[in-house]
Design a protein around this ligand. Structure first.
Ligand SMILES: Nc1ncnc2c1ncn2[C@@H]1O[C@H](COP(=O)(O)OP(=O)(O)OP(=O)(O)O)[C@@H](O)[C@H]1O
Length: 364
C-alpha cells in the first residue's frame, strides 16, 4: 500500500510511525468519540463516547438496530458527517503504512483529509449508485480514481481498472469497464463499487451495509469477496450491518451499539456463545436459528429505541431491559468491564458490585 500524497498543510497532524509497531497495532483507534446534530427539535447526541479499535488484517463488525449510530461512526472516520452535524469530542487515529494520522486533528476539507479519503480509507455503501456517476462508464470512473491517487498514465489507469474488475470477480471485466452503471445488475454494480474502492489499495475499507439491498445468493458472493480481501490481501475492514447472520459469516470481532454507545465488544465466538449484555442477548434471540423450532415465535426486543433528542440518564437500554436495576441503571452510565480476554461489556450487572448483589452477574 503506498503513500501517494504530500502531507502538505496538515503536516503537524501526522507523525512517522515505527514499522515494527504496525503488525500488532490496530489500524484505527477511536476514543471517546462524540457526534452531535443540532436540529430544530433539539440536539441529537448521535455518538456518546464511542471507543473501539479496528484490528489490522481483520474484519470488525458494527452491529445494532437502526439509529444506534453505526453510519455516523463510519462517516466520522472519513469526516463526511452531514452538516450541521459535527464531531464534538474524542479522537480518531489511523495507523497507515508509513505514518500515523490524528484524523480529528484535520479539517474535514483539508488537503490531507481529502487525500486520505479513497487512498487510505475507502468506503462502500448500501446503494452503489450513490458512489457511481451515471454518465461515465465504470472503467472511466475507476481509472479516474487511479489517476488521482496512483499514476498519471491514462492507459495504465484503464488497464488497472479492468484488472480490478477481474479481481472482484466481474465475469467480463472488459465489457463491464465499457458499461454504464445502469447497464449492470445490483450485484455487479456493488462489485464495481468495491473495485473502485480497492483501486487505490486502501489501508482500511469501511463497508456500510453493502449487501442489504441484494438477494441472498449475491449477498453470499459479495461476503465471500470481502472475506478474500481480508485473507489474501490482509485488508483491515470495518463492516456495518444490522444482521447478526452476516456478523457470523464474516466478522472476526464485533461491537454492539445501542443509542450512540457501545454496549458490548468481543470476538464473534464471545458474542454468539457468551453474550453478556441484555441487549446483545435480545438481538441474538431476535434472529431465526437453523435447527430451531420453526413454529416458535421470534422474540421482539422490548421497547422502541428511545428518542435521540431526549437525553436519557443511565444505561441507554434500561427502559427496555428486563434486568434493569432501579436506582442504578436509570441513573448511571455503566463503565466498561472485562468479561474475558478481548471481551468487554458496559452493563451494571457485570460491574464490581457496589450495591450488595455479589451473586448478580452469575444469575444474569
Ligand atoms: N443528518 C442528520 N440530522 C440529524 N440527525 C441525524 C442525521 N444523521 C443521523 N442522525 C441521527 O444520528 C443517530 C445515528 O444515526 P445513524 O444513521 O448512524 O444510525 P444507524 O445505526 O446507521 O442506522 P441505520 O441502520 O438505519 O442506517 C440517529 O438518531 C439519527 O437520527
Amino acid at each position: 500500500m503506498s503513500q501517494l500524497y504530500a502531507a502538505g498543510d496538515d503536516v503537524h497532524a501526522t507523525a512517522r510511525h515505527e514499522e515494527s509497531h504496525l503488525d500488532s497495532s490496530p489500524v484505527l483507534s477511536v476514543c471517546d468519540l462524540e457526534v452531535q446534530f443540532p436540529t430544530p427539535l433539539g440536539l441529537v447526541r448521535a455518538l456518546n463516547g464511542v471507543t473501539f479499535d479496528v484490528p489490522r488484517g481483520k474484519v470488525l463488525g458494527i452491529v445494532g438496530e437502526s439509529g444506534c449510530g453505526k453510519s455516523v461512526t463510519a462517516r466520522a472516520v472519513l469526516q463526511i458527517i452531514e452538516k450541521p452535524g459535527r464531531i464534538t469530542g474524542g479522537s480518531i487515529t489511523l495507523r497507515g503504512e508509513s505514518e500515523t494520522t490524528e484524523i480529528t486533528g484535520l479539517g474535514p476539507d483539508s488537503k490531507r483529509m481529502r487525500a486520505l479519503r479513497g487512498s487510505e480509507i475507502a468506503m462502500i455503501f448500501q446503494e452503489p449508485m450513490s458512489s457511481l456517476n451515471p454518465v461515465y462508464t465504470i472503467g472511466a470512473q475507476i481509472a479516474e480514481a487511479v489517476l488521482i491517487h496512483q499514476t498519471p498514465d491514462r492507459d495504465e489507469a484503464l488497464r488497472r481498472a479492468v484488472d480490478m474488475l477481474r479481481q472482484v470477480g466481474m465475469p467480463h471485466p472488459e465489457a463491464a469497464a465499457a458499461s454504464y452503471p445502469h447497464q449492470l445488475s445490483g450485484g455487479m454494480r456493488q462489485r464495481a463499487m468495491i473495485a473502485m474502492a480497492l483501486s487505490c489499495n486502501p489501508t482500511l475499507l469501511i463497508a456500510d451495509e453493502p449487501t442489504t439491498a441484494l438477494d441472498v445468493t449475491t449477498e453470499a458472493q459479495i461476503l465471500e469477496l470481502i472475506r478474500n480481501l481480508r485473507d489474501r490481501a490482509g485488508m483491515s475492514i470495518m463492516f456495518i450491518t444490522h444482521s447478526m447472520g452476516v456478523v457470523a459469516q464474516l466478522c472476526d470481532e464485533v461491537i454492539v451499539m445501542y443509542l450512540g454507545r457501545i454496549v458490548e465488544r468481543g470476538s464473534v465466538d464471545d458474542l454468539f456463545y457468551d453474550a453478556k449484555h441484555p441487549y446483545t442477548r435480545a438481538l441474538l434471540r431476535s434472529i431465526p436459528r437453523i435447527g430451531g423450532n420453526r413454529k416458535a415465535p421470534l422474540e421482539v426486543i422490548e421497547g422502541s429505541v428511545p428518542d435521540p433528542h431526549h437525553r436519557l440518564a443511565g444505561c441507554p437500554f434500561h427502559p427496555g431491559c428486563p434486568k434493569a436495576i432501579p436506582g442504578r441503571c436509570d441513573t448511571t452510565v455503566p463503565a466498561p468491564s472485562t468479561a474475558g480476554p478481548g471481551h468487554t461489556v458496559q452493563c451494571h450487572l457485570y460491574q464490581a458490585d457496589e450495591i450488595g448483589h455479589p451473586e448478580r452477574a452469575e444469575n444474569v
